[in-house]
Design a protein around this ligand. Structure first.
Ligand SMILES: Cc1ncc(C[n+]2csc(CCOP(=O)(O)OP(=O)(O)O)c2C)c(N)n1
Ligand SMILES: [Mg+2]
Length: 323
């Protein structure tokens, strides 16, 4: 089925927009196919850590990273495959990392939940909810003191806004006018708890209590709109050095952690997810998937082969780089 609004098939869409649509679609599809491959591999016990899949949320990572530069620092979460790849992290090294191999991006010690690739600005992830917010604020302060350019971008979930460190980080960034891009991926869920039963506030509105300008985007399936919103925010921060917050509504298709679906648990509805999928170009633009898939499948197969052929770390490596 062809996605009705797909710019790739709309004769009135300018060629530059079609090109942009295809580029971002390809990046989002690449992430989805990587994670679908991980789902295939998971039952064979090859992935050496729990994995929190981004399937359904790829457009947020792809749109935001379109607005970022290589030197911008990005702090991510345990649900970080999409952002790692969208920021330019190496797929083969990520696959080897998930396999726990010595060739992994962190020599097999970090696994899925702690991806980092400082050479492309992916500064790290953490399993501790909201813990990278303060790291991002600290990095922005360091940039300011060292008179370096570049944003400090931190991605976090809606649940993270319930942590004390979230509020301390927003307050500090606002008070000292630091160039931090706070990005909330609001999937409306924290493990098995719905946002409606957890929060009395609107995340984007609440940020304004700290004097932080903010924006909320409902259409988190649309990588073009996410890209536009992120670009306007990144430009504003680059101009005046003040923090901003972008809240993007999105949808996680899989269970909180692991490769399955968990509608039987009763905390979310299949109908809501299906409504989201009806808007998701990755579920609808079959023609573009057909065109792009062979090349992406080849790249992903090569990454899996690299991981499979890589050695496990030697016992002598056990305590290196960990403290
Ligand atoms: C400080 C802390 N408290 C609780 C947990 C357990 N926990 C893991 S993920 C999660 C939910 C986080 O939800 P959200 O921030 O919305 O991110 P999402 O998983 O939806 O991407 C919780 C409570 C944790 N890892 N760290
Ligand atoms: Mg959430």
């Amino acid at each position: 089925m062809i996605f009705p609004q797909s710019p790739s098939h709309d004769m009135h869409t300018p060629p530059s927009d079609i090109q942009r649509y295809r580029k971002l679609f390809r990046e989002a599809l690449r992430i989805r196919l990587v994670e679908e491959k991980l789902i295939e591999l998971y039952p064979f016990d090859k992935i050496q850590s729990p994995m929190h899949l981004s399937i359904g949320q790829e457009a947020v990572a792809v749109g935001v990273c379109e607005a970022l530069r290589k030197e911008d620092l990005l702090f991510i979460t345990y649900r970080g495959h999409a952002f790692y790849l969208a920021k330019g992290g190496d797929l083969r090294l990520m696959m080897a990392e998930l396999y726990g191999r010595a060739t992994g991006v962190s020599k097999g010690k970090a696994g899925s939940m702690h991806l980092a690739a400082p050479s492309v600005g992916v500064m790290g992830a953490s399993a501790v909810v909201a813990s990278t917010l303060s790291l991002a604020v600290g990095a922005a302060l360091a940039h300011r003191i060292q008179k370096k350019d570049g944003l400090s971008v931190v991605c976090f979930g809606d649940g993270a806004t319930e942590q004390g460190t979230y509020h301390e980080s927003l307050n500090f960034a606002a008070l000292y006018s630091l160039p931090v891009f706070f990005l909330c991926e609001n999937n409306g869920l924290a493990v098995h708890a719905n946002l409606a039963e957890r929060q009395s506030y609107q995340i984007h509105q609440h940020a304004r209590a700290y004097g932080i300008e903010s924006m909320r985007l409902e259409e988190g399936w649309d990588f073009l709109k996410v890209g536009d919103a992120a670009a306007s925010i990144a430009t504003a921060i680059r101009q005046d050095g003040k923090p901003r917050l972008l809240e993007v509504i999105t949808c996680r298709y899989k269970e909180h952690v692991g490769p399955g679906e968990d509608f039987a648990a009763g905390y979310r509805s299949q109908a809501d997810m299906d409504a989201w999928k009806a808007e998701d170009a990755l579920c609808q633009d079959a023609a573009l998937i057909h065109a792009l898939r062979p090349e992406l499948d080849t790249e992903i197969a090569a990454a899996v082969a690299f991981a499979e052929a890589s050695p496990v770390p030697d016992i002598s490596e056990l305590l290196t780089d960990v403290i």
